[in-house]
Design a protein around this ligand. Structure first.
Ligand code: SPD
Length: 288
């Protein structure tokens, strides 16, 4: 017999510019740290998920779309990949993807909020996976801005910026002064990779990130893909370098090393993703 009333369905939504992006599931934990509100939610569709300040950050069955896109163009393209810096990324997904490469000798992961690390390890352990026990990982609970400021010139082969949206504690990670400092601590042949928001739902921020990177570096190119849990689903990552952009041309031996382990990323996928710049973004970038 049909039930006379609906079973209780819980939804959690990220609200952004008059639109809400929601998933059905149940709340596991919510806490406030000195930096932000952290929520762990068990979603019906994508497994356990992490939200910071009510914005979707990552989910077990969706995270590859984001982490593979952020990491592999830089790590497959950079001449050397011995010393890597990750700013943010406390869920461990970016570190996990970097550590797939045998050439990587050390990954400094600088996360400001220890609770992001602890709760990710406890509730979303698959996202960090083997990275948490890899001896090449140097985990530091510190402010990423200060870390970059206090690091000496030419220290890293690749810098990854895996921050939350440029609101709240992550705001500084998208500013000229921080990115200029990143360039200083990056080796001449190195690559910087940052998440660069959605051209649709974070239109102006997206443009600003690319423009700032183009002021600082000789080359900066956005790449587009989808992360279905983020506002609009359409997402971007931007790569920058001082030398001819090798992030466009993956090194064959590296492609071989990681391809089997990737859900989304492939050389072919990457090529397409760099070529899907929306026409309006291309026009707006051309109008300086
Ligand atoms: N709107 C969400 C942007 C989040 C970018 N960072 C996600 C962290 C995953 N490691």
């Amino acid at each position: 017999m049909k039930k006379a009333f609906k079973e209780e369905i819980n939804w959690i939504d990220e609200y952004h510019q008059g639109v809400r992006y929601g998933l059905e599931g149940k709340l596991i934990l919510e806490e406030s740290t000195p930096f932000q509100k952290i929520t762990i939610y068990e979603t019906k569709r994508y497994g356990k998920a992490l939200l910071l300040d009510d914005c979707w950050m990552t989910a077990e069955k969706n995270e590859q779309y984001y982490h593979e896109s952020l990491i592999h163009p830089a790590l497959c393209g950079s001449k050397k990949i011995e010393n890597i810096l990750i700013i943010g990324g406390g869920d461990g997904g970016s570190a996990r993807e970097c550590l797939r490469y045998h050439e990587v000798k050390s990954v400094d992961l600088i996360e400001i909020d220890i609770r992001v690390i602890e709760l990710s390890k406890e509730y979303l352990p698959k996202i960090g996976g083997n990275a948490w026990s890899d001896s090449r990982l140097n985990l530091k609970v510190k402010n990423g801005i200060d870390w970059v400021k206090n690091t000496k010139d030419n220290s890293y082969d690749v810098i990854i910026i895996d921050g939350a949206d440029p609101i709240g504690p992550s705001k500084e990670l998208y500013k000229y002064s921080f990115l200029k400092d990143c360039k200083r601590i990056l080796k001449q042949e190195g690559i910087l990779a940052t998440q660069s928001e959605s051209p649709e739902s974070f239109h102006q921020i997206h443009l600003d990130i690319i423009k700032i990177l183009r002021q600082i570096f000789d080359y900066a190119d956005p790449m587009y893909g989808s992360v279905s849990i983020y506002p609009s689903g359409l997402w971007s990552w931007t790569f920058a370098s001082m030398e001819k952009p090798t992030y466009m041309n993956p090194i064959e031996s590296r492609v071989k090393e990681i391809s089997d382990k990737c859900l989304i990323w492939s050389e072919q996928w990457q090529k397409g993703a760099f070529n899907t710049i929306p026409a309006f973004i291309k026009r707006e970038l051309a109008n300086k």
